[in-house]
Design a protein around this ligand. Structure first.
Ligand code: XMP
Length: 529
């Protein structure tokens, strides 16, 4: 499970996606999986033999930022076109197919970007089965195909492109100049579904129920009678990993939950209740708040805070493992489980100008001790986030866990600007609890990406009764986002903002002012730090 290539998930239909550096490659993979077909992203230059060894039912060539004639244009192994497998080329993928099979690609005088209308001529083409003669599509390309390769014919056109969709019916090769995977092509998912079911003959056999059964069997086989350790943070990924491993190996799993003193209100109790009392998972909660807070005393630099917290976490975890190993005479941990997800393990080639490569996640929850010499178990490494949530739901985790908003590894430390003291932690914790409870009560909590309070290092004058006050300021950060990379502030109803503000000022001692952050990311970030 920790090998670079994913294990074959049983005998399910598989689609291989060659990644030419499009920012939408993962979206293609998700669309395929939404059709309940397993998809796997591979490097665009993977040798055809290795692709064949994966036994896919079909291949998708992603888009990409390059031009097929460019000096560094990423190229597939040409033997790919002799595998006898159906191929769908999207945008750059279609141009590559045209280029390799004898067509002509030219730089287009007019760059086609944005929405367009597709006119379908070959209504019998299986890719367009069930679709109307005109569909809305979304384009993003400079180059375009100007001469069809042999054996191909036009299926659909746009005003600007006589070859917006093409097919080689005998070989089952299809090319789309536009992007069927994006939401701006509203019927695009049906096109992808047609490719999967009608052309590749895939079955809808990738379900989270079948995944759970298969992965549990794999975990049991790999772990045998040994013990597995898991650092439980209470976040979605480690929680689902815990529930999954517990289903597979029961008491051979031990979870360690570190209370670093930087958690939100009642978090440690909630983890204990759910995993300890409810799931009966072997859970060691380490109360390490004093250790963390003493190391953080007087520290104001966000970078130093992060470093201190990361280092201390490793030490605390290490101590916990030692004491667990001592306590249980037979408990020798051979494996360390981690909630690594598919987007973290996709191996792609660095392609010049590839925006997706630049926006790779820059945050990761605190690293674990490297010297532990434990083998890794990563049961979620084949899954996208929404699949992880579904696995969690199927394993009986409540939506408070599976649909939980992201929370940074260093906890409230990144939301207290300036020095961290028990008093300032209290203020932020109480304010944050009000934000969460009002967001949940108004049904907004699950509609936004994140909603939280930030304690600013600013005091200002206020008035309460006849008294002048000089107290703290809370900023509210409530954003919508797809993946945390870009974000916008949520246009929350004024009434709800008013309620949150009034409650914080009335109920949290030490706060006399609440502000709403109306900056988008970029240029601002989501956390303030
Ligand atoms: P920024 O503040 O960079 O945050 O816009 C983007 C997303 O990442 C989360 N975040 C973190 N997550 N450890 C984490 O696990 C961290 O140190 C960290 N810092 C920010 C943030 O909450 C947002 O969802």
């Amino acid at each position: 499970m920790s090998a670079t290539s994913s294990p074959a998930p049983g005998a399910v239909s598989r689609i291989v996606i060659l990644d030419f550096g499009s920012q939408y490659t993962q979206v293609i993979a998700r669309r395929v999986r939404e059709c309940q077909v397993y998809s796997q992203i591979v490097r665009c230059d993977l040798p055809a033999k290795e692709i064949a060894a994966l036994q896919p039912r079909g291949i998708i060539l992603s888009g990409g930022p390059a031009s097929v004639y460019g000096k560094d244009a990423p190229q597939p192994d040409p033997a790919l076109f002799d595998l006898g497998l159906p191929i769908l080329g999207i945008c750059y993928g279609m141009q590559l197919m045209g280029h390799h099979l004898g067509g002509k690609v030219e730089h287009s005088a007019r760059r086609e970007y944005g929405s367009g209308l597709l006119a379908v001529q070959e209504r019998a083409c299986p890719l367009f089965r069930g679709l109307p003669a005109a569909i809305d599509i979304w384009n993003s390309h400079g180059d375009k195909l100007t001469k069809l390769p042999r054996g191909f014919r036009t299926v659909a056109t746009t005003d600007n492109s006589p070859f917006a969709a093409i097919e080689h019916p005998k070989k089952k090769f299809y090319g789309l100049q536009f992007h069927p995977e994006v939401v701006h092509t509203p019927r695009g998912k049906e096109l992808i579904a047609n490719f999967l079911y009608e052309i590749c003959g895939c079955k809808m056999d990738w379900t989270m129920g079948s995944f759970i059964e298969q992965i549990c069997a794999q975990i049991r086989e790999r772990v045998g009678k040994d013990h597995v350790l898991l650092g439980l943070s209470g976040g979605v990924d480690s929680s689902v990993a815990a529930a999954l491993l517990h289903k597979a190996i029961g008491d051979q799993l031990t979870c360690v939950f570190v209370d670093n003193g930087l958690l939100r209100a009642n978090e440690a109790e909630a983890v204990q209740r759910l995993f300890g009392d409810n799931f009966h998972i072997r859970l060691k909660t380490v109360r390490a708040s004093a250790r963390f807070l003493s190391r953080l005393k007087g520290v104001t630099s966000p970078e130093r805070k992060r470093k201190i917290i990361g280092n201390e976490f490793v030490r605390v975890f290490d101590d916990a493992v030692k004491s667990l190993t001592k306590a249980g005479t037979k408990t020798r941990f051979k494996f360390l489980a981690q909630g690594t997800l598919y987007p973290d393990v996709i191996e792609s080639v660095a392609i010049a100008g590839n925006p997706a490569a630049l926006i790779k996640s820059h945050h990761n929850v605190g690293g674990l001790p490297k010297n532990m010499k434990l083998k890794l178990v990563e049961p979620l490494r084949e899954l996208f986030k929404d699949e992880v949530r579904e696995v969690g739901a199927q394993l009986g985790l409540p939506k408070e866990v599976t649909l939980r908003q992201p929370f940074p590894g260093p906890g409230l430390a990144v939301r207290i600007l300036g020095a961290i003291t028990p008093e300032r932690l209290r203020i932020l914790r109480e304010a944050d609890a009000i934000v969460v409870s009002e967001m949940k009560a108004s049904d907004w909590y699950y509609r936004v990406w994140q909603s939280f309070a930030v304690l600013l290092p600013v005091k200002s004058v206020g008035v309460m009764g006849d008294e002048r006050t000089y107290e703290n300021t809370i900023a509210l950060r409530i954003v919508e986002s797809q993946d945390g990379m870009t974000a916008d502030w949520v246009r929350l109803p004024y009434e709800l903002l008013a309620k949150i503000s009034t409650r914080i000022i009335n109920e949290v001692k030490g706060v006399n002012r609440v502000c709403y952050d109306i900056s988008s990311k970029p240029p601002a970030t989501i956390e303030w730090e």
